[in-house]
Design a protein around this ligand. Structure first.
Ligand code: DAH
Length: 344
C-alpha cells in the first residue's frame, strides 16, 4: 500500500472488523493497537510524507484510528467482564454500535453524464434513451450519411456478425432519428449513452465510450438560440466565468456545423498542456439540423428548424479528474473507483 492515508484507512478497517472473543485475544489486541509499541504510533510520524495541505486531515484520521482502537477495546472489555460475571448472559452485546455500511459512489462517467443531463433538464430538456444495437438507417442514412458517404469513414463501425444492416451505434445522434420519427415537435431531448467504434484501444482511445446528444426542434429555432443554450451549459458545467467560441466545422447532419471550445477550466486559460497553451479546450460538436435530416424523419423543414449537439463524456471525465488513461474507466478496479468518493 503506497500512501499514508490509504494505510490509515486500511488500519481503521482492520480495527473495525477485528473481533477478539476472549481475554487472551483482547490482550493481544491491546498490545497491538494501544500498547507502548503499538502500530498506530509510527503512523503519526508518517505525517512528514504527507503534502502540507493534507497534514491536518491526515492527523485527524490517525487520531480516529486511535480512538477506534480505544473504543473497541473498552467495549469488548466491558462485555467480556459482564459475561464472566454472569455466565448465563448471552455474548451478544446489544449496546454495541452497528458496523458501518460501506457506501458506494457513482462511477466518474456516470457522475459526469448526470451532471451534463441535469444542466439541460433544468431548462426543459427531457432524457431520451434508446437502443445500442441500431440499424444502419437510424445511425447513418437518416442522419444524412448514406452508404458510400465519405463521412462514414469518420466512424469505424462494428457490424453485427454477418450483417450489413445491424450495428453497434457509433454515436448517440442515432437517438435523434429515433425521437424525430416517433414524436412531433416541439422536441427538446438530451440523450446520454454508450457508443462503439472499431478503434485500437490505447491510453487515449477505446472501442466503447459515452456521449451526450442534444436536440431542439421547434418553429423559428435559430443559431443564436443554440449559442445561448450552449453558453449557459458551459457556465454551469465549467464555472460562471467560462467563455465559449464556435469554430466552423463539418458534420453530415448539421448545416452550418461548428465545434465549441471553452476557456480552459484546468489552468483558467493561463496556458497548460491540456489546452496546449492556447487557453481553449474543445468540448462538443453542434449545428443547425440539416433540413435533409428533418425530411428523412418526417418533419416538415419549411415549418420547423432546430439545433443539435453532441459531446464525448470520457474526455471530460479525464480532464476534470486528471486521469491519464481512458482504460482505467472501463476496468472497474475498486481501488481506482473508490478514489472518487470525496470528489463527487
Ligand atoms: N455525432 C457526432 C460525433 O459522434 C457529434 C455531434 C456533432 C453530434 C454535431 C451532433 C452535432 O448532434 O450536431 O462525433
Amino acid at each position: 500500500m503506497s500512501n499514508p492515508t490509504e494505510k490509515v484507512n486500511a488500519l481503521i478497517e482492520e480495527i473495525n472488523v477485528s473481533n477478539p472473543s476472549d481475554a487472551n485475544a483482547l490482550e493481544q489486541f491491546r498490545i497491538k493497537y494501544l500498547g507502548s509499541k503499538n502500530i498506530i504510533k509510527p503512523l503519526f510520524a508518517e505525517i512528514r510524507n504527507v503534502p502540507n495541505e493534507e497534514k491536518k486531515s491526515y492527523g485527524q484520521l490517525v487520531n480516529r484510528a486511535k480512538e477506534a482502537a480505544q473504543n473497541k477495546f473498552d467495549r469488548l472489555k466491558l462485555s467480556l467482564s459482564a459475561s464472566n460475571n454472569n455466565k448465563t448472559s448471552s455474548k451478544l452485546d446489544l449496546s454495541a454500535p452497528g458496523d458501518p455500511f460501506k457506501i458506494g459512489s457513482p462511477h466518474p462517467i456516470t457522475a459526469v453524464m448526470n451532471k451534463i443531463s441535469d444542466i439541460f433538464q433544468r431548462i426543459g430538456f427531457t432524457i431520451a434513451e434508446n437502443r445500442e444495437i441500431e440499424d444502419d438507417w437510424h445511425n447513418f442514412t437518416a442522419m444524412n450519411t448514406p452508404e458510400d458517404h465519405p463521412a462514414r469513414d469518420m466512424q469505424d463501425t462494428f457490424y453485427l456478425k454477418d450483417s450489413t444492416e445491424m450495428l453497434l451505434r457509433t454515436h448517440t445522434s442515432s437517438v435523434q432519428s429515433r425521437v424525430m420519427t416517433s414524436s412531433k415537435p416541439p422536441i427538446r431531448i438530451i440523450a446520454p449513452g454508450r457508443v462503439y467504434r472499431n478503434e485500437t484501444i490505447s491510453a487515449r482511445a477505446h472501442c466503447q465510450f459515452h456521449q451526450v446528444e442534444g436536440l431542439y426542434i421547434d418553429e423559428n429555432v435559430s443559431f443564436a438560440d443554440m449559442k445561448q443554450t450552449l453558453y449557459y451549459y458551459a457556465r454551469e458545467m465549467y464555472g460562471e466565468h467560462t467563455k465559449i467560441r464556435l469554430r466552423p466545422s463539418y458534420f453530415p447532419f448539421t448545416e452550418p456545423s461548428a465545434e465549441m471550445d471553452v476557456t480552459c477550466f484546468i489552468c483558467d486559460s493561463k496556458g497548460c498542456n491540456v489546452c496546449k497553451y492556447t487557453g481553449w479546450v474543445e468540448v462538443l460538436g453542434c449545428g443547425m439540423v440539416d433540413p435533409a435530416v428533418l425530411e428523412n424523419c418526417g418533419i416538415d423543414p419549411d415549418k420547423y428548424s432546430g439545433y443539435a449537439f453532441g459531446m464525448g463524456v470520457e474526455r471530460q471525465a479525464l480532464l476534470l479528474y486528471k486521469i491519464n488513461d481512458i482504460r482505467l474507466l472501463f476496468e472497474n478496479d475498486i481501488r481506482f473507483l473508490q478514489q472518487f468518493k470525496s470528489i463527487i
